[in-house]
Design a protein around this ligand. Sequence first.
Ligand code: NAD
Length: 527
Amino acid sequence: MTVSESAAEAELEVEAELLAGLESGVTTAGAPEERFDVEAPFRGTKIGDLPACGPDDVEVAFERARQGQEAWERRSVAERAEVFKRYHDLVIENCEELLDIVQLESGKARRHAYEEVLDVAMTARHYAYRAEDYLESEEREGALPGLTETEVHHHPVGVVGMITPWNYPLSLAVSDAIPALLAGNSVVIKPAEQTSYTALKAIELLREAGLPRDVFRVVTGHGKVIGEPLVAESDFVCFTGSTETGRIVASQAGEHLTKCSMELGGKNPGIVCDDADVDRAVEGLIRGCFTNAGQLCISIERLYVHEDVYGQFVEAFVDAIEGLHVGAGYDHDVDVGSLISEEQLEKVTDHVEEAKAQGATVLTGGTARPDLGPYFYEPTVLTDVDESMTLCANETFGPVVAVYEWSDEDDVIERANDSDYGLNASIWTEDHERGREMATQIETGTVNVNEGYAAAWASLDAPMGGMKNSGIGRRHGDEGIMKYTESQTVSVQKHLGMTNPPGVPHWLYAKLMNKTLKIQRHIPGMR
Ligand code: NAD
């Protein structure tokens, strides 16, 4: 895309309006000493700069968040939920502005930015209406029927520290925070440097919806500088990012015995079966592989296609990819946008160039597109990929998919599972029972049958997260909110103590108890 000078000036004015005032959402101890630049990937030029917070700023953010949490916890869950019902509506009303900021900072296509708006609204709705049920105190079976009354309460952990990546800057800044906040916690977040304005905008809207300022504090800056103090202060750490950084953050949390959830990388397999609807698989896998130019933790980077449909599928897949509209545009017509940065472009280029040099065949793509913008890379399909190539087993996090042929179902499942990662998988078959059966044998936290990733991700009632090196813990559903709570068991013992009653010798008590245990084992509801 070439932009004329006057159009570029107009663009810059709109951008300045979009970002105006957002910096006031950053918590600092005093005037920031250092700042860092934020750029627009569509052009590779600076759009603003923000404070590079230090440990003192983190300390202040946590002080404020602790103060705010006490009053927030005293509100009923229903009262807290009202904020998120309003937020749901505000996100929809501010959809266009949110899309503009997400696109400006991330360089993704508008249709992919829209997925973030959907996710945030749906998550706000889900937890706003379900939190009371999830968090309600429950009666549990007591130790001695009739004598012990036991109940469980779910208390907030306190202040949740969040560290988030740049690839889904709106969604990941707030969708994991919503259940934490509804559970009565406050949150301190450090968003990715590349996309902090989006997080600031999302949190500004939460304040507009009625969330007290101290309940959600933001520190901006570099993970290597403020990651450690943030982890040290947190009562729970919610990290989303690469497996490499996740290991560092998890070990820091471990030192403090602080609980954490880790949403990490993937090398996700897709399997096209002999009975797949090929047209449908092509459409779904284009989204599955190239949404957000492949910078999606759950996107498909390894694609196994049954020999019976291999030729037909590959031809249609390549044809469809070559018809995609790749470019920089703020309308919904662009299919694939830019990569986020020079660093990301280098990584993708290195993976593909190395694979080519080692004998991989490029069926389509395989080159950068500087004519479209500095970080654009063509949607790329490779074959003849083997283990000598870095991209065979390692996450590329770009618009690159390796296609392999298969003939035996057990073998393809083994190949799909032959990975250190275990985040997401996609299976294409017209036989849903077969899809379900295959899915249970795949070692990933989510499996989508006849979808790439969206069906399982958007099933907000169900857990989502990674097995193996793809993570610890889950988001969404009950697991996605209960992780931010401390369970407390309260048992009231009535009439008799937990030992032999007065006047009954202990040997007789033991005999009676043994008889009781034998009977109990056979009575449903007493086991
Ligand atoms: P990254 O790990 O480089 O950075 C993520 C965050 O960690 C950023 O905010 C960064 O500033 C911070 N950070 C960096 N070094 C740190 C340190 N030493 N201590 C504390 N924080 C530190 O990841 P990225 O490049 O921003 O994101 C891409 C990765 O995220 C991919 O691997 C992708 O698969 C993964 N991801 C996973 C999910 C998921 O839900 N599983 C979602 C999105 C992205």
